[in-house]
Design a protein around this ligand. Structure first.
Ligand code: ATP
Length: 346
């Protein structure tokens, strides 16, 4: 199987919020790689660090948050030295501004609140285009109409002059996607882009995102807590728990052969995956407070297979199959390759 070009490599990403009570370790040692033309879903319960991971990539972590020294977020799109990449964790404000919007765009959960209510959708898309490129207003308007058409809005030449409140939630999310795509980003980060929409519109937006990925070769990071959404659109999945990726795998492989007890628990709590008549399982206990993370595996207190070693130290990555890794002591005893730094390749 040929693998696309790498676009982002995250190594040992730690993001701490320095609070009066101590350091809240929102992200605590994340590793992953993203590829062109691939949708990576980041899945996990509320508070596990999905959004903070995305904000760090965009350089949007603000005080009291800090991307800790040693963290690497290597972006390999259009940068001066693609072979070295640009470390977004240590980039200057100017470099970050340049990457944001031009190279990496983001769409958020609430399309209505992300759009400015006092400007027409056209004004907002046109402004986004003209900030990043030197094109005339007429040319930018033409592009905006074209983009609105591409995201499935009918009569784009009239909708362009509407205000956000004149459009439905699903239409607003399409406008947000058009805006995010207006500068041909290499990487699109979508943070729960469909949670505020009803189920039919959700499906349409997810299909649209997949079509756009194919068409533009964009790499998409999709943040969600919904495994149904993951199954529908992801190529690859990172399962996060309490600030860390605990399992990473191609989507088919993850659903067929989940390894981490947390991944298995998540799957058993998903209605469409439970066998008929089977009661939905709930993962007992709660996510640890990021102020007081345990010394060993963060999932130990909730794990049905917990062993003494799990409370003593953190597991390393174990290779299960091509691009499938798990961080769990259950598998460290198997004869498989273990790695300190994970470059998830074939
Ligand atoms: N400004 C802040 N100050 C202190 N802690 C913060 C701040 N922002 C986020 N956190 C903490 O970081 C942790 C991770 O939050 P994050 O929003 O990334 O979770 P998430 O997985 O995206 O959850 P959700 O699905 O609910 O959005 C949480 O424990 C949260 O309380």
């Amino acid at each position: 199987m040929s693998i696309n070009k790498k676009i982002l490599r995250v190594e040992d990403l730690r993001v701490y919020f320095h609070t009066k009570k101590g350091d809240s370790k929102a992200v605590d040692g994340n590793h992953f790689t993203m590829y062109e033309n691939e949708t990576l879903a980041i899945v996990g319960e509320s508070g596990c660090g999905k959004s903070v991971t995305a904000m760090s990539i965009l350089g949007l972590v603000s005080e009291p948050g800090e991307i800790m020294p040693g963290s690497k977020i290597i972006y390999m799109g259009n940068v001066d030295k693609p072979e070295d990449g640009l470390n977004l964790a240590t980039a200057t404000d100017e470099q970050l501004r340049d990457v944001r919007g031009n190279e990496i765009s983001m769409i958020f959960q609430e399309p209505m609140t992300s759009l400015n209510p006092v400007f027409t959708v056209g004004d907002q898309i046109i402004e986004n285009i003209t900030i990043h490129e030197s094109v005339s207003k007429e040319e930018a308007r033409k592009r905006a109409i074209d983009l609105l058409g591409q995201v499935g809005i009918s009569r784009p030449e009239s909708i362009i002059d509407n205000y956000p409140f004149q459009l439905s939630g699903g239409m607003c999310q399409r406008v947000m996607i058009a805006m995010a795509l207006s500068c041909n980003p290499k990487l699109l980060i979508a943070d729960e882009p469909t949670t505020a929409l009803d189920v039919t519109i959700q499906a349409q937006i997810l299909t649209l995102m997949n079509q756009l990925k194919e068409k533009f070769g964009t790499s998409i990071m999709l943040i969600t807590h919904d495994l149904g959404v993951v199954a529908q659109v992801a190529d690859h999945v990172n399962v996060m728990y309490a600030g860390k990726v605990v399992e990473t795998a191609p989507v088919g492989e993850l659903f067929k052969n989940p390894k981490h007890p947390y991944t298995v628990g998540l799957m058993h709590s998903m209605p469409s995956l439970a066998t008929e008549g089977e009661r939905l399982a709930v993962i007992k206990g709660t996510v640890p407070n990021p102020l007081y993370l345990p010394k060993g595996c963060h999932f130990a207190d909730r794990c049905p297979h917990v062993m003494p070693i799990c409370r003593e130290k953190q597991p390393k990555a174990t290779k299960i199959a091509s691009r499938h890794r798990v961080w769990c002591f259950l598998y460290e005893q198997e004869e498989v390759v273990q790695e300190e730094i994970v470059e998830v390749e074939a």
